[in-house]
Design a protein around this ligand. Structure first.
Ligand code: PMT
Length: 411
């Protein structure tokens, strides 16, 4: 599953972009629609919102949009920018670096591959200005789904007709397939907090939103992996394509993880423990009745929770899989403590985040981290959680055990 930003421009073919969105979803991709102001005159944003189940981006200057600088956030998360239909106007903006709306700004801000499906009147397409823009974009690596010949909405017959939606979807899928380096792999990711119930209304919890774990799950899916996502309580929508197991407390998370890793099913190739697992839980479990507010001080006795990652480290001893990755939320210089955890829990890599640094750790879309192995520490500067997920998986992939024969190979 990959995230595709589907740019839609103001041409009669805009309605066909709806079919393209459906086609991409049917192939397991996640679609974020970006409509230009003129596209919204042809097809309502609500149509795309209902189909993609994501808010539609359009107005770069709408209140709220800049709280997270959305075109930058989307630019770093997507695997493909696809524009259907691409008008002469947007091609001119792309070719000349003009960024006066969300879609043109997104083109400049993303490093993802770009695929465009031009559609316009025959003479417009043949005009030297448009031809020069197309040439310039091709030189930069932009790919095209060539327009077809036929009856055009303007009444002419000739070249300029938007390619068929199925052809656009197939071209997009081919481009996305090029990076499926985890095809045939099974990856288990834990995400979010665990919460330890005190009584029927209260619990001990933490600030994990699940974003970091979900970003890793989404990146693994984009690379073609089969992903099991064991998630503590979080309000986030999980990435499409992951098999999601909802859990609540640390003990429940342990059971879910061990069943998947040590059970009878297919071997898990990689476990990434991103979840902020509670270290303590009320001794004796949650009380049946609500704790009363009947004393000045209340003393709770807590007992240590099972260390899931350490249990995985013990289980893996003498086996060639799974590769084990932990996360460490630390304050101050995190490397020494991360390395101590790496050795004690017998894992291959620990992602240390100093949660006291601005933009790092809990809640937001960004993180700052150091990838700590037994011998090395690689600093990853401030970036989106999805960017960190990419670097992490790039580093982990060479450590994976060879695929069992008969499994689908990486392409
Ligand atoms: O969810 P977000 O809002 O995006 O925030 C992301 C994050 C800050 C939660 C994430 O980046 C992170 O740092 N996760 C690990 C937090 C943590 O619990 O660190 P720790 O140092 O306490 O644990 C070390 C490792 O052991 C972790 O991989 C943890 O999953 C694991 N662990 C901890 C306790 C326990 N009982 N069992 C475990 O398996």
């Amino acid at each position: 599953m990959a995230l595709v930003a589907l740019g839609v421009c103001g041409g009669i073919g805009a309605y066909k972009a709806v079919e393209v969105a459906r086609g991409l979803q049917q192939r397991g991709h996640d679609v974020a629609a970006v409509l230009t102001a003129n596209a919204a005159r042809f097809v309502g944003p609500l149509t795309f919102e209902a189909i993609t189940r994501r808010p539609v981006a359009g107005d770069q200057f709408a209140p709220g949009v800049n709280a997270q600088i959305e075109h930058i956030a989307l630019a770093s998360d997507l695997q493909l920018l696809l524009v259907v239909p691409a008008t002469a106007n947007i091609l001119g903006k792309f070719a000349n670096g003009i960024a006066d709306d969300f879609l043109s700004a997104l083109y400049l801000a993303t490093t993802a591959p770009v695929l465009v499906a031009p559609a316009m009147n025959t003479n417009m397409l043949a005009h030297p200005a448009v031809a020069a823009n197309l040439d310039r974009l091709a030189e930069r690596g932009v790919r095209f789904v060539e327009p077809g010949e036929g009856y055009l909405a303007c009444g002419w017959v000739g070249r300029g007709r938007l390619a068929e939606p199925a052809d656009v979807v197939a071209a997009a899928d081919r481009m996305l397939g090029a990076g499926r380096s985890l095809a045939g792999r099974r990856v288990l990711v834990t995400a979010g907090p665990t919460v330890e119930d005190l009584d029927p209304v209260r619990y001990l919890g933490n600030r994990s939103s699940g974003r970091m774990g979900y970003a890793i799950a989404a990146e693994a899916l984009a690379r073609g992996a089969q992903v099991d996502l064991v998630a503590g309580p979080t309000a986030l929508e999980p990435p499409a394509g992951a098999e999601v197991f909802r859990v609540r407390g640390a003990e429940e998370m342990r059971t879910a993880v061990m069943a998947r890793v040590a059970g009878d099913g297919d071997a898990v190739d990689l476990v990434v423990m991103v979840a902020a697992v509670a270290d303590y839980t009320p001794a004796g479990g949650a009380r049946d009745a609500k704790l009363l507010r009947d004393r000045d001080e209340l003393v709770l006795t807590l007992r240590r929770t099972p260390d899931i990652l350490a249990a995985l480290g013990r289980w893996r001893a003498g086996r060639d899989r799974p590769v084990l990755v932990g996360f460490a939320a630390e304050v101050g210089d995190p490397v020494a403590r991360a390395r101590e955890k790496l050795r004690r829990k017998q894992v291959d890599l620990v992602v240390a985040n100093d949660v006291s640094r601005p933009g790092a750790g809990f809640g937001g879309n960004t993180n700052v981290a150091t990838l700590v192995t037994d011998t090395e520490a690689e600093e990853i500067p401030l970036g989106t959680k999805r960017e960190l997920a990419r670097v992490l998986l790039d580093r982990v992939e060479p450590r994976l055990a060879p695929l069992a024969s008969g499994s689908e190979g990486a392409t």
